[in-house]
Ligand binder design. Structure first.
Ligand code: BGC
Length: 754
């Protein structure tokens, strides 16, 4: 299809009309020119396709579909291939249902455990988020269906999500809140991007030309269309110029008319409207011309695939005395209503009408597994009778597994949590069961960290996150050792909410939320503060053991234009097959900018048979060493030594090696009367010019050269030097005893700036 030609045939009204939805879920058709309407739909971990009554809050029914594990879970897999496979399955369902775009993945950063939508987001770490989202997108789009990566950007809270401004400095945006989008845009070319509801530093994302055009398109090379989140458009005319191509859902014609009027009044360039049309039509025809409506959708097979994926995501947090795996020959009791009615997805626009649900109770049929309700999900209560029944059954079994977690009302799209606790009734139940049976294990269903006041009294904890509709199958397989757990935490679990770096400012004041912790999100903060956490980022146990050895680098010294290869050998030293999650972190040993101790820059998952070992390699480029320099407004590597560390969690890094990296960019320097000696002496060129004056100043302050010095002077030489470092050049005039005139000093400054 010749898109430019098609646009040239459209009237201004038709073009303006194309820039908003035809209804809740479709782009607008232009029948005169044969332009079809295409459907978009939520997402992201399955289809929420509404054939009749439409809404964006998960209220009305959608077609029966398969609910895969949510991103909070899939992130824990640390497995790009798995995400790609899941994307392929979802892409096939979209083809079957004639959906041109699925609304996801959602890649906002888990800034605080409180965000109501954390269950839909991947991680506190931008690199992990970006790499996994890129893999999911590759999978979906390999089926000729587009994704809409969302919500661009800095949408890490639900509170006042449609009006609040996320006030974030640029370095923090670039290092923390953008890479989850940037990596997939560059690597996987998503067909569409969804802008967020919120403002960034006062400007609505839907109006933000810097965000939607300068950064997204000009810097990262995005070539699809940007759609608004549902109802996120603030000023439609400003948005068209900013690069917001499609308003969703339908605007009732109001904004279409505004676009037409703005063009007629000369307030909006028609070329901007044409560009939006071209970008939308490109994607519409990319889908239509490759549609495969006869793609089969085998929901039963996908149900089993979702079980397989869920099993790869579960994180074994604690396993004292190898309480897990459980023996199939001994009595076990599953306690807690989640064992029978699991929580496996979150509320809101991602809510899927499941074609099938398998609970742990169902999955363990025929095994020696008893069940006690323990508490009621609906009433959020554990009666004395329920607890008594649970305790009695726990007492008579070899092991007790309590299924706990957050009920639907505790975490959902649309509002944030107010605390990090489990329901009190569940905490009480766990304490009671643990007192009755020494082999107590807790399985958790939640999208975000919870406090665990009972952690020292239970032997095992399995974090299942929100594992999708077949979560029960996966849980039973892990509990009884049919699958060896291999998930690792994509976020830190603080001991208590107030330990979290965003704690003091999260949610903000009125519409203003300041991201004052800056780049120190999650482990970047806990590590810098050397704080104890409940479980660190990257942590995850296995039923086997792995040994890491022989970390070697391809060079000892590189420039920031080179790449570095780091290779490590991983061996399965236990007696079961298992999967190791190998993590690589980079830290700047000495840096002028304030930086985290280490940051994740590589990860891989390796399946190893007992005794098997394998080399795992990572390629590091400039970005692995760089920080965002606000003066250059670019990535910058400060020359010096960096530590590469490798291991199986951010706090378990047995191997390290050092590399020297030479940065190529010169930082801009400018001197004036207020420049201080310290900065001048750090610049070889300026140092050569000012060193003699610095020496004179030093001598005159320490009593003059050759003059006799008092014994044991109160101000020692080193102290003098330290103090002089902070002197501005202008002090040469006031304290320099005529060492230099003002004119001569200005001339020297000019030379240093030349
Ligand atoms: C959500 C989006 C979703 C859209 C359509 C919005 O409320 O923020 O994530 O895709 O609704 O349902």
């Amino acid at each position: 299809m010749d898109i430019k030609k098609l646009v040239s045939q459209m009237t201004l009204e038709e073009k303006a009309g194309l820039l908003s939805g035809g209804d809740f879920w479709h782009t607008k058709a232009v029948e005169r020119l044969g332009i079809p309407a295409t459907m978009v739909s939520d997402g992201p971990h399955g289809l929420r396709k509404q054939d009749s009554a439409a809404d964006h809050l998960g209220v009305n029914e959608s077609i029966k579909a398969v609910c895969f594990p949510a991103a909070s879970a899939t992130a824990a897999s640390f497995d790009k291939d798995l995400l790609e496979k899941m994307g392929q399955a979802i892409g096939e369902s979209c083809q079957h249902e004639a959906l041109s775009v699925i609304l996801g993945p959602a890649v906002n950063i888990k800034r605080s455990p409180l965000c109501g939508r954390n269950f839909e987001y991947f991680s506190e770490d931008p690199y992990l988020t970006g790499k996994l989202a890129a893999a999911y997108i590759r999978g979906v789009q390999s089926k000729n269906v587009g994704v809409s990566i969302k919500h661009f950007a800095a949408n890490s809270q639900e509170h006042r999500r449609m009006s609040s401004t996320s006030d974030v400095d640029e370095r923090t945006l670039r290092e923390i809140y953008f890479p989850g989008f940037e990596i997939p845009v560059k690597e996987s070319k998503p067909w569409t991007v969804m802008c967020s509801y919120n403002r960034i530093n006062g400007v609505f994302s839907s109006d933000n030309r810097w965000l939607l055009t300068d950064v997204l398109r000009d810097e990262w090379g995005f070539d699809g269309y940007v759609m608004s989140d549902w109802g996120a458009v603030a000023d439609r005319v400003v948005g068209v110029h900013a690069g917001l191509d499609l308003e969703m859902p339908a605007s009732g014609g109001v904004n279409d008319a505004k676009i037409v009027a703005a063009v007629r009044d000369g307030k909006l360039d028609e070329a901007d409207v044409d560009l939006c049309c071209e970008r939308i039509l490109n994607i519409i025809y990319r889908f239509v011309e490759n549609a495969k409506p006869d793609t089969p959708w085998d929901k039963e097979a996908q149900h089993l695939l979702s079980a397989e994926i869920a099993a790869e995501c579960m994180v074994l947090l604690k396993n004292e005395d190898n309480v897990l795996p459980l023996s199939k020959n001994e009595d076990v009791v599953f306690i807690g209503e989640f064992a029978e009615r699991p929580r496996f997805q979150g509320g809101g626009s991602s809510h899927i009408n499941c074609c099938n649900i398998t609970s742990a109770v169902e999955a363990s049929e025929g095994m020696l597994v008893d069940y006690a309700q323990g508490y009621s999900i609906d009433r959020d209560e554990a009666t004395d009778a329920m607890i008594a029944e649970a305790v009695e059954k726990a007492r008579s079994c070899k092991a007790a597994v309590v299924f706990a977690g957050l009920p639907d009302a505790y975490e959902s799209e649309g509002y944030d949590r107010t605390h990090m606790r489990l329901p009190e009734c569940q905490n009480r139940l766990i304490e009671a069961v643990a007192a009755a049976n020494p082999n107590t294990v807790v399985v958790l269903h939640n999208g975000s960290p919870v406090e665990m006041p009972w952690i020292d009294r239970v032997k095992g904890v399995l974090e299942a996150y929100l594992g999708g509709q077949a979560v029960g199958i996966a849980t039973v397989k892990i509990l009884f050792g049919d699958v060896n757990p291999s998930g690792h935490l994509p976020e830190s679990f603080p001991k208590k909410l107030s330990d979290n770096p965003s704690y003091l400012f999260y949610g903000g004041e009125g519409n203003r939320t300041e991201y004052r912790e800056g780049i120190f999100v999650g482990y970047r903060y806990y590590d810098k503060k050397d704080m104890e956490v409940l479980f660190p980022f990257g942590h995850g146990l296995s039923y086997t053991t792995f040994e890491y050895s022989n970390l070697r680098l391809s060079a000892e010294k590189i420039t920031d234009a080179d790449t570095l290869t780091a290779t490590v050998t991983v061996k399965n030293t236990g007696s079961r097959a298992g999967k190791a999650v190998v993590q690589l972190y980079v830290g700047d040993d000495e840096s002028t900018p304030i930086r985290p101790v280490r940051e994740l820059k590589g990860f891989d998952k390796a399946a190893l048979a007992p005794g098997e070992s394998r080399d795992i390699s990572f390629t590091l480029d400039k970005r692995a060493f760089a920080y965002w320099n606000t003066e250059l407004r670019d990535w910058h590597v400060e020359s010096g030594s960096f530590t590469i560390s490798v291991g199986d969690s951010s706090r378990s890094l047995p191997l390290y090696a050092r590399v020297t990296v030479e940065g190529s960019a010169e930082l801009p320097r400018h001197y004036d009367m207020n420049s201080i000696f310290m900065d001048i002496m750090a610049d070889p060129k300026a140092k050569a010019i000012f060193a003699p004056l610095f020496q004179k100043m030093h001598d005159s302050f320490s009593g003059g050269e050759g003059e006799e010095k008092p014994e044991d002077p109160i101000i020692k030489d080193e102290m003098m030097d330290a103090m002089l470092q902070y002197f501005p050049l202008r002090n040469l005039l006031s304290f320099g005893e005529g060492a230099v005139s003002e004119d001569a000093l200005l001339e020297l400054i000019e030379r240093a700036n030349a």
